[in-house]
Design a protein around this ligand. Sequence first.
Ligand code: NAP
Length: 236
Amino acid sequence: MAKNQRVAVVTGGNRGIGFEVCRQLALKGYKVVLTSRDPSKGLDAVQRLKDAGLSVVFHPLDVTEASGVTAIGRFLEKEFGGLDVLINNAAIFLQEEDRDILSVSMTTLEQTLATNTLGALCVSQMAIPLMQKNHYGRLVNVSSDMGQLSRLNRSSPAYRLSKTGLNVVTRMLADTTRGTDILVNCCHPGWVKTDMGGPGATRSLEQGADTILWLATLPSGGPNGASFMDRVEMEW
Ligand code: NAP
């Protein structure tokens, strides 16, 4: 590893916005650890980046499995002596089952919260102590405007609750890093053409990744505990 090369972990890096963030961080010279819950999909994604001349490493990570989170923490410590950037990108949106607050099942709620909110928290609990070791960190939670309290309605309750919860997690984690060079923020990528966003989405992967990359590379003294869209602070 080149001296002073920053190390970045991206969850759900095998496709969609996560893959694009991996690509762009690698282009910027970061040592990217592309993670995926399915090793074969993750290794395919790494190969696509290698074919494009980019150097990234793969590590399996299902954000709902605490033992796997512990394992990647040990890997990061042994291999790189810490971690500089974490992008909590992995998420599910079970659109068929996640229709209305009066009918959504507890199973759908539990699955969605386990991935989108608690998974991100679990990975952050591993990452922040590694960042504290080197007195530097940038943690980006990829949230959604569907989790904004000011815009809530009865639809997609599991997804909305999970992203509102992720915003709360962002604020609470940011409180633990206040006054240090570890900056914890969240953002809304907009409506992006991915499997989740669907073909009707209005934004490219590059547009969706822009604010995430900006937050991942903030200079010292940047914002901590805030939410952004298009690099502009959003209300909660
Ligand atoms: P996507 O194309 O559906 O990709 C989701 C990624 O998350 C996949 O790599 C998926 O892995 C991974 N994932 C799901 N559960 C996981 C788990 N338990 N452990 C590890 N990885 C897991 O979604 P996207 O559109 O790129 O979304 C990326 C982020 O942006 C999400 O947080 C999403 O909520 C947010 N967002 C997206 C939009 C949009 O319009 N696309 C809008 C607002 C917010 P598999 O391939 O194994 O399923």
